[in-house]
Design a protein. Structure first.
Length: 296
């Protein structure tokens, strides 16, 4: 990375609306509108993490169903200089979104699905819910993936779906230790861990002070600018957005009003706000990069 400060805009296609807990066909309902918005920022080269896992197989009949159904969308993204990457949600057998936390089981599943991910030319990985341990990260390394972006540098909170304690993790990319994936150390992985940027942002429903949240361009503009101000000194700012967060949560007029907080205290559900936040990132004067471009 040298001394250049950069920005990586990333999207997680979960096929789930986590606000209301329902399935959401994000590739139909949100992705085309976001792609159109990105066309207005031709220098924003983003990374799209798309689910390929057993949960999608339960929903749609095969683990890589999204890639089969939306091949044209992903080709358009790649043609415009964006990256399409692997988002793996480790789910319990027979479920679509219930997290699996057994390390050995997750590693077996990753090894089984890696050839399919490779067939779709997916080089970077992000693990669902930010859940990983040293064995899981070492497994990705052994499978030959060059980039992982699962690290969320914050403690585990009582409401977290899985125990994802990334305390002490640096905010800059690093080669994780095979003993403790949360930091550098020998023996180390060849894989580069690219942490998601987090900022302390308070919301009305918080029960703890200074909750650290990932930096999300779908936040209302005032929250987003506050988050960026807190991570501006980082050599690499990595944002995360779920596509459904950029489109109206319902059909009410209030839900589409940019800059107001009608539905969610943090998430705007507004394409106009996404555009405004991308424009704000431009004021930093930094290049936008895909995660795969960071590989050595």
């Amino acid at each position: 990375m040298g001394g250049t400060r950069m920005i990586a805009v990333t999207f997680d296609v979960d096929d789930v609306n986590w606000v209301n807990g329902t399935d959401a066909d994000e590739m139909t309902a949100a992705a085309p509108a976001i792609m159109s918005a990105l066309d207005d920022f031709p220098d924003v080269h983003s990374t799209w993490f798309v689910r390929l896992d057993a949960g999608i197989a339960m929903q749609r009949g095969r683990a890589d169903a999204l890639f089969h159904e939306y091949t044209a969308h992903f080709e358009r993204l790649r043609d415009a200089g964006h990256e399409v990457a692997w988002h793996h949600h480790a789910v319990r057998p027979g479920t679509t979104n219930a997290p699996e936390t057994d390390s050995a089981t997750i590693c077996r599943t990753l090894r089984a699905l890696a050839p399919m991910a490779r067939a779709w030319k997916l080089e970077s990985v992000r693990l669902g819910w930010g859940y990983a341990d040293a064995a899981i990260i070492a497994c990705l390394d052994d499978l030959g993936f060059a980039i992982d972006s699962s690290a969320l540098p914050r403690p585990s909170y009582p409401w977290d779906t899985v125990p994802r304690d990334w305390s002490g993790t640096p905010h800059a990319p690093y080669h994780p230790s095979r003993v403790d994936h949360r930091c550098e150390g020998a023996p180390s992985c060849t894989l580069l861990e690219v942490p998601i940027s987090v900022a302390a942002l308070s919301a009305p429903h918080d029960t703890l002070p200074n909750v650290k949240r990932y930096v999300n361009p779908a936040y209302h503009a005032d929250f987003f600018q506050q988050a960026i101000a807190s991570v501006v000194e980082s050599p690499l700012i990595v944002t995360v957005t779920h596509p459904y967060e950029c489109v109206p949560a319902n059909t009410s007029a209030a839900a589409t009003t940019a800059g107001t907080h009608p539905q969610h205290p943090l998430i705007s559900h507004s394409l106009d706000v996404l555009r405004r936040n991308l424009a704000h990132l431009h004021t930093l004067g930094r290049p936008f990069v895909t995660l795969n471009s960071l590989r050595g």
